[in-house]
Design a protein around this ligand. Structure first.
Ligand SMILES: [Zn+2]
Length: 130
């Protein structure tokens, strides 16, 4: 029967600490590309906050082709008024339009104009925060 050494205890200790850090670590973490992940329903894996908030507001799951656009371009600003649910295709078109607008006028469009464009592309906007 192999002897239990201090190295065994150390190994178990490290594993327990790592597990706890993973399981009960911070509620919000920032991803390397600037998004925010949050824990949902005590599950181990954190989910993207903008998608979680959009799903709650819509009262349904997002479909695989749907993306959540950040209106002011800030990926960590997940207030509902900053989010817009749209198809991935519409999202690409919207960003092309934003790039074109900026190249033409030297600035991004006013919020009302951007809003009209998002609605034209079938985007779902949220008026108030939950
Ligand atoms: Zn976008």
């Amino acid at each position: 029967m192999p002897e239990v050494t201090w190295a065994h205890w150390l190994g178990w200790g490290v594993m327990i600490v790592m597990y706890l850090r993973y399981k009960i670590g911070p509620y919000r973490v920032r991803t390397r590309d600037g998004y925010v992940r949050v824990k949902v329903g005590g599950r181990r894996r954190r989910e993207l906050e903008h998608r979680v908030k959009a799903e709650r507001a819509l009262r349904r799951r997002l479909q695989s082709f749907e993306v959540v656009h950040h209106r002011n371009g800030r990926r960590d600003d997940n207030r509902l008024v900053n989010l817009c649910v749209m198809s991935a295709q519409a999202h690409i078109r919207h960003h092309s339009w934003l790039d074109w607008y900026r190249a033409s006028f030297g600035r991004y469009p006013a919020r009302q104009l951007e809003r009209a464009k998002l609605l034209e592309l079938g985007g779902v906007l949220f008026e108030a925060d939950l």
